[in-house]
Design a protein around this ligand. Structure first.
Ligand code: NDP
Ligand code: GDR
Length: 320
């Protein structure tokens, strides 16, 4: 089996590549040109991956990448994925995160309609939630240009499935984290910040809204769900979540207490990290995935905090 992964240099792309190599796949990774290499997350497997250069903005480069890799499956994980940046660069976010999906689907439609396609959709589409918990039938109400772009990508995936019979699935994944998470996302920012404070490398940590609630899972568990979706008899959309929600404050509290620190002494609220509009509460109902895909999360909230704190502390300790 051959696979093409967009966003292979990102958190999920790296875990998915690990997972699919383990299953014996020939893995092609789509990367965009950069003046410095950004392969840190896949350094350990870089010799096993075949890289194809393309950009989600560039239709012809995508067609060439799909031709060259001739995949059985495509996982479209590439996107501008940081919500605050989507207010600063709303048009570019639309190009990458929304139109990028259509460009990928067009390549599939023109080159080989038998390619199975996975679209990385997001719980951010639920935004100002219409019901609690959120499932596959919950109406969307996105609250950021990122959420709006993802909703477009979701519906294009559904439409290419219904219009052209393409095996296209939209995985509506709730937040998932890991030691490989980008530093600006709240979980990693907190575990990294707390570890720095413990080691005397920082004095405090500036944060935004501590009251919002997220359904946080472990990235390695979530990439397994992506693969399972493409192994079913027919293409469908699935919510992937733990079903448990915690506030940012609870994450902060848990991370600092793993290191024996009282968070209230170190955490400061800084207006710069407050968003123009917030998603207050996300909690997913993944019973469809649990039943049909026989998928279950393997790591709970406390374990996830501990995995990330211990990783960051041990990494930073080597530098002091
Ligand atoms: P990351 O931000 O870690 O990775 C994003 C990837 O997209 C990077 O490899 C990046 O490449 C690539 N990319 C960005 N722009 C382009 C472009 N123009 N052309 C080609 N590649 C591009 O995200 P995650 O791994 O966390 O998430 C993977 C996907 O899942 C994203 O689509 C995200 O929106 C979505 N998602 C994530 C969730 C989460 O909690 N992690 C939850 C739900 C959905 P480069 O290294 O060159 O910047
Ligand atoms: P999110 O993740 O927006 O849910 O999107 P993020 O970790 O950025 O924010 C989660 C919540 O934490 C609050 N918050 C802060 N966030 C950041 N980044 N930095 C801070 O200092 C801070 N203080 C408080 C935020 O306001 C928010 O409520 C992630 C991304 O991976 C998306 O790509 C993905 O689609 C969704 O998860 C599901």
């Amino acid at each position: 089996m051959r696979v093409l992964i967009t966003g292979i240099t990102g958190q999920d792309g790296s875990y998915l590549a690990d997972f699919l190599l383990g299953k014996g796949y020939e893995v092609y990774g789509m990367v965009r040109r950069s003046s410095v290499e950004k392969l840190d997350r896949i350094e350990h497997i870089r010799e096993k991956i075949k890289f194809v250069q393309a950009d989600l903005l560039d239709q012809l480069s995508i067609i060439s990448a799909v031709k060259e890799s001739n995949p059985d499956e495509i996982y479209n994980l590439g996107a501008m994925s940081f919500v605050p940046t989507s207010w600063k660069q709303p048009v570019l976010t639309g190009e990458f995160t929304a139109l990028g999906v259509t460009r990928m689907l067009e390549a599939v439609r023109h080159l080989n309609k038998d390619i199975k396609f996975y679209q990385a959709s997001s719980s951010e589409m639920f935004g100002k939630v219409r019901e609690v918990p959120q499932n596959e039938n919950t109406p969307f109400y996105p609250r950021s240009p990122y959420g709006v772009a993802k909703a477009y990508g979701h519906y294009m995936t559904v439409n290419y499935r219904e219009s052209y019979g393409i095996f296209a699935c939209s995985g509506i994944l709730f937040n998932h984290e890991s030691p490989r998470r980008g530093l600006e996302f709240v979980t990693k920012k907190v575990t990294n910040g707390a570890a720095k404070i413990k080691l005397g490398l920082a004095k405090d940590l500036c944060m935004g809204n501590l009251d919002s609630k997220r359904d946080w899972g472990y990235a390695e568990d979530y990439v397994r769900a992506m693969w399972l979706m493409l192994q079913q008899e027919g293409p469908e959309d699935y919510v992937i979540s733990t079903g448990h929600s915690h506030s940012v404050k609870q994450w902060v509290e848990a991370a600092f207490s793993c290191l024996g620190l009282d968070w209230e002494k170190y955490v400061k609220i800084d207006e710069r990290f407050i968003r123009p509009a917030e998603v207050d509460l996300l909690v997913g109902d993944s019973s469809k995935a649990r039943k049909k895909l026989k998928w279950e999360p393997g790591v709970n909230f406390e374990q996830l905090v501990k995995i990330m704190v211990e990783y960051d502390y041990n990494q930073l300790k080597k530098t002091v």
